[in-house]
Ligand binder design. Structure first.
Ligand code: SF4
Length: 210
């Protein structure tokens, strides 16, 4: 299949951004004496609370061995701790310690230079960019190329394009509030995966009404 030149340029742009984010992540992590994977683990635990190692490895798209090594290092540094899962005494949960929470509090969630660059976009461009990224991430998720993401477009609480207000056409049934593309979530703590048929219906309504 011939590659469209626009697709090639988009892939090149994403690759440049990915390199920048990775190098920023390395620098911020190194300043705390951590690796980027360790930061990802702490950040996940901070957002989602205690998790089992297997679920954490799946969410981050890393191997069980990588997760286990990084978790052991975090426990040794006092940033995380393990305890028995109340739902199953044979399973262990990894959880953030107060020291881990403090380490994360000092980490920038968005590099300052990227924040400045994004401020140069119009609100409409920012919303369109987020919508386009959600579409790409969903496509990769559908293809099994990346781990499942907790996005609005796969959430059973998402009601796309049900309001006549063009600025806020969507609705989140969890918080019972209308919102627009600029507020779409890519990793939401309240996300609940919709069933297959419901997910397809949500996507069709979100995508086809654009
Ligand atoms: S619960 Fe979160 S993911 Fe689900 S629709 Fe609401 S904001 Fe989106």
């Amino acid at each position: 299949m011939a590659i469209d030149e626009t697709d090639r340029q988009i892939a090149t742009a994403l690759s440049r951004l990915s390199l920048f984010l990775r190098s920023s992540g390395w620098q911020a992590a190194a300043a705390k004496g951590l690796t980027p994977t360790q930061v990802e683990i702490l950040s996940h635990l901070a957002r989602r609370g205690p998790m089992r190692g297997a679920a954490l490895a799946r969410a981050l798209g890393v191997s069980a061995a990588t997760l286990s090594d990084s978790a052991a290092a975090l426990v040794a540094k006092g940033f995380a701790e393990r305890h028995a899962d109340p739902a199953d005494g044979r399973a262990m949960l990894l959880q953030l310690t107060p020291e881990g929470g403090q380490a994360m509090a000092g980490m920038p969630s968005v590099p300052a230079s990227l924040q400045t660059a994004l401020q140069g976009l119009t609100p409409g461009d920012r919303a369109a960019m987020l919508r386009a990224l959600v579409t790409i991430i969903r496509g990769l998720q559908q293809a099994g190329a990346i781990p499942v993401q907790r996005m609005c477009v796969t959430c059973r609480h998402f009601r796309p394009n049900i309001h006549s207000d063009v600025a806020r056409p969507h609705h989140c049934a969890f918080v019972d509030a209308a919102f627009g593309d600029a507020k779409l979530r890519v990793d939401c703590g309240e996300h609940e995966e919709a069933e297959d048929r419901e997910r397809a219906r949500i996507w069709a309504r979100f995508h086809d009404a654009a």
